[in-house]
Ligand binder design. Sequence first.
Ligand code: ZN
Length: 135
Amino acid sequence: MNDDVLKRIREAGLKLTPQRREVYEAMMQLRHATVEEIIERVQARNRDVTVSTIYRILESFRSANILSFIYHPDTGKCYYDITVAEHHHLFDGKSIEDYADPEFSQLIREYLERRHFPTEEIGKIQVQVTLKKNV
Ligand SMILES: [Zn+2]
């Protein structure tokens, strides 16, 4: 677990309990995961962490900006995302790949600025690219 994450956990007023560590480490491995996948991974390592505890931890991580949240455009399923910095996604069937490209994000900002969009109001730009399914 890196210092930046420890710092954000502390800043959010959260103690680094063994359960929080388990959930975060599961997310480090999974990168993008549904609640069910996270529960399965955490409980495979530690049966004592209850489902409601995992839900609570995920919600506290999300509000502390330790995890982000995305929706799969095809399935509508929600995924927690270990990456909170601005990045884009490639959706290929069930798989989700990160697409980090600051130049692309900047291009969109500049485009919007030319269109007189109030760019100072933009929090994050996240583009979703869905790939054609093999026929
Ligand atoms: Zn992502």
